[in-house]
Design a protein around this ligand. Structure first.
Ligand SMILES: Cc1cc2nc3c(=O)[nH]c(=O)nc-3n(C[C@H](O)[C@H](O)[C@H](O)COP(=O)(O)O)c2cc1C
Length: 167
């Protein structure tokens, strides 16, 4: 295993930025009932049966407590025209989703309008992992998928998908 001294943080970040991802906004309801949201690209599917997904939550994130304690959350997959939502929910301020259109499915977590799809989850498990917490959720309901382009994140910037390789 590589020791801390072997891996320079800037080099590590640069290497990870070469891995293209989509962007999701993870939402929940705070204990006081307020809708909350955070922009996440460390999201992945985990298991088909049972249906599990995970996201990695930075321990220094302003909203860490809210999301670490949440019994449920929703994963909203952003489309290419939703960059403004990604920017908004990456800000430090406690954002209550004012002026954002949303509804609720099963768990009560906000399902944002205009997303490619959304997964409504109950929190299944947490794993401590360095400066992040891995949050695993069991999917309870799925919002109807929309046929649109995804918002892509690559080399620290937003991108659009290019044409398929075989076209
Ligand atoms: C494109 C993008 C992807 C992000 N992905 C994650 C992520 O996977 N996990 C995470 O904890 N924060 C992620 N963030 C950061 C949070 O959205 C947010 O900016 C941060 O938690 C703000 O709080 P802080 O300044 O208190 O850390 C991402 C931000 C952006 C813009």
């Amino acid at each position: 295993m590589a020791s801390k001294d072997c891996v320079n943080e800037a080099t590590f970040r640069q290497a990870l930025s070469r891995f293209a991802t989509g962007i999701v906004v993870v939402t929940t309801q705070s204990v006081s009932g307020c809708p909350r949201a955070i922009t996440i690209n460390a999201f992945t599917s985990v298991s088909l049966n049972p249906p599990l997904v995970l996201f990695c939550l930075g321990k220094s994130a302003y909203q860490f407590g809210t999301f670490a304690e949440a019994p449920s959350f929703a994963v909203n997959v952003l489309s290419a025209d939703q960059q403004a939502l990604s920017d908004r929910f990456a800000q430090e301020a406690e954002d209550d989703l004012s002026e954002v259109s949303f509804r609720r499915l099963m768990t009560g977590s906000p399902i944002l309008s205009g997303c490619l799809t959304a997964l409504d989850c109950i929190t299944e498990k947490h794993f401590d992992a360095g400066d992040h917490l891995i949050v695993v959720g069991k999917v309870q309901a799925i919002d109807e998928p929309r046929d649109d382009e995804p918002l892509v994140y690559f080399e620290s910037g937003y991108r659009r998908l290019k044409l398929p390789l075989d076209s």
